[in-house]
Ligand binder design. Sequence first.
Ligand code: ADP
Ligand code: MG
Length: 327
Amino acid sequence: MGEVCVRVAVRIRPLLPKEVLHNHQVCVRVVPDSAQVMLGSDRTFSFDHAFGPTASQDQFYESCVKPLVASLVDGYNATVFAYGQTGSGKTYTLCGGHVASLVEEESGIIGQVAADLFVLLGERRAADVRVSYVELYREELRDLLELHTAHRELHIREDDRGNTVVVGARETVITSAEELQSVLEAGNALRHTGPTQMNERSSRSHAIVTVQLTQHNHNDGSVRSSKLHLVDLAGSERAARTGNTGLRLKESVHINTGLLALGNVIRALSDPHRRGNHVPYRDAKITRLLRDSLGGSAHTLMVACVSPSHHNVTETLSVLQFASRAR
Ligand code: ADP
Ligand code: MG
């Protein structure tokens, strides 16, 4: 993957049956045989990859994510994050259409990552894979794998080798893709969701799955650690749009802080003249948490998810702008 440390993919989901029923028009398309997306009839945006409504989970995984799994096994850190408004396909892309659809075409990135990882590790017995699953809600970190302590706050520390550690987060050893799936399902049950005017099950927290790989070399006794973060970000829609007030407004402020900080970090990293530039990791917990897996030798994939409906055109424009600035 060479010098490019941040790659950006756009994924346009299909119109949902209820949108078809209500006569929503498609306002955003992939320019054929390109990695460009056209909004309306005159605005074009360029990315590293662009996927239209007919792209399968497999196509998406193979071209964008599979190389990151290979680099994880080679000892590099990586981050995949899904950005976009609520209802745009972030969770679908990461987790799949149906829970536990491991072998089906619907299976999301996470299931495929695990399946692939264990295939790649097949010949390398001396490796262990651990998973943690945390949620960032209103700048507070919670463990989604520890039922009883889900409300105890976790802390982010950096060790002396520059590795980011979430102190107190449970790490579960997994030995198969199926095991990962069941661990994550337990975590999903704890994930914070609540109603907004826009979408009843709108996600207002960031969910971070971390796959930590430790490989032992028996010849020289060395240990190699690397990790892959898979991040389902909170909805990117602005406070005003969802009609939020009070508690909901406070949530929106935190969400915006996190997403803004992430955007600033990505922008600083993708600036070709950045040598020695300040990268503002410390501005939010999401960027502090991902610090050792964003920039440096780490590989980052941003997946910008958008709805095709003309009803969402304003939000889609802002997501496409955010994503194209990240390159
Ligand atoms: P988000 O997590 O961004 O809020 P979801 O992943 O829940 O959005 O997607 C919203 C709806 O769209 C869900 O019903 C989901 O199944 C559907 N959907 C999203 N992306 C696709 C896709 N690529 N193909 C088919 N259905 C999709
Ligand atoms: Mg979601």
